[in-house]
Design a protein around this ligand. Structure first.
Ligand SMILES: [Fe+2]
Ligand SMILES: [Fe+2]
Length: 346
């Protein structure tokens, strides 16, 4: 009797495992077909675990970059040369905070909490773009960041508006509109400096000299060293390779630098008629990996400042939570009063 029952249980478990595998396989067919047909995957849809974890990693890293990226520019808000420039810069830095918030919300639709992601940022278990580990030494850096860093961000992010994951793709549409404003304000700021006094022109040139190469590194390692690229392209999270996007960015920047009257710091930068693209010099990948490992000029400063801002903001989060609780309780209270009244009447 006991043997028969055990045998029965074992068969049932095996059947369940087989059913589960068949279900997963069927879901996978639906998922693959949706991706192939350029449909959006939505939060409640079935998705492979690796697709989910890739998105969490990418969206979290993107969100972290938006909020850490506020620091180098916020450094110049109090020293902006005019009220107009100060207002523009404040709006821009505030936009970046907003981008962080859309992106944390998009990540939350994948089943992770914002607290968990911030913990990972603060403890160094998740990364942010290494570009923000460089210092902003002069006012012209605000212009160079807008033109080059936000410009590189747009080149990267426009294809993400067609990313297969719905909430991420939709967040990117608004983010890209704002990034386009950021890029133009940087360009306009640099143009004013470039056409200003010889000292202002030199300041603009110096900023471009320092930000050009790190901007090219923003597209990530070369295609043959990029570990996640192939799978992300197959899932249509990514639409173009790192090297393709980098090339597109270089081709966009060359004529813009000419109109600015500034020189891009690369003696090997030359139009290649045959390829229909600009050739450019070798990127110092040793520097990229060092900054990524935490050895950039401002890594410690950025993460220390972020942790401090988080701690100092604890009272705001507590107050907001208490306020939300009070309103939830009030709503629940009023519902139950109505219920009691109804019960009395009955
Ligand atoms: Fe942004
Ligand atoms: Fe931006």
């Amino acid at each position: 009797m006991a043997t028969a029952s055990a045998h029965h249980t074992a068969r049932t478990q095996a059947d369940e495992a087989a059913d589960e595998a068949a279900r997963t396989a069927a879901y996978e067919v639906v998922f693959d077909a949706a991706v192939a047909a350029d449909e959006r995957i939505e939060p409640r849809d079935w998705m492979p675990d690796a697709y989910r974890s890739t998105l969490v990693r990418q969206i979290a890293q993107h969100a972290h970059s938006e909020i850490i990226g506020m620091q180098p520019e916020a450094n110049w808000i109090t020293r902006a040369p005019s009220l107009r420039r100060k207002a523009i810069l404040m709006a821009k830095v505030q936009d970046e905070a907003g981008h962080g918030l859309y992106l944390y919300s998009a990540a939350e639709t994948l089943g992770v909490s914002r607290d968990e992601l911030l913990d990972k940022l603060h403890s160094g278990r998740q990364k942010y773009s290494s570009i923000f580990n460089y210092p902003t030494l002069t006012w012209a850096d605000v212009g160079a960041i807008g033109w080059l860093v936000d410009g590189a961000a747009i080149t990267n992010q426009v294809p993400l508006c067609r990313c297969s994951y719905g909430p991420y793709a939709r967040a990117m549409i608004r983010v890209c509109k704002e990034e386009s404003f950021h890029q133009r304000q940087g360009y306009e700021l640099l143009l004013a400096l470039s056409q200003g006094t010889p000292e202002q022109h030199a300041m603009a040139q110096d900023a471009v000299d320092r930000w050009w190469w790190p901007s090219l590194m923003m597209f990530g390692p070369p295609d043959d060293e990029s570990s996640h690229s192939a799978q992300s392209m197959a899932w249509k999270i990514k639409r173009h390779s790192n090297d393709e996007l980098r090339q597109r960015f270089v081709d966009i920047c060359v004529p813009q630098a000419e109109s600015l009257g500034l020189t891009l710091p690369d003696p090997d930068l030359v139009w290649n008629e045959e390829r229909g693209h600009h050739d450019f010099g070798a990127i110092d990948w040793t520097e990229f990996w060092e900054v990524l490992k935490g050895n950039g000029p401002c890594n410690d400063q950025r993460i220390t400042q972020r942790r401090r801002a988080h701690e100092e903001g604890a009272w705001v989060r507590e107050a907001a939570a208490a306020y939300a609780d009070k309103h939830t309780n009030r709503a629940v209270g009023s519902t139950s009063t109505t219920g009691e009244t109804g019960a009395t009447r009955a």
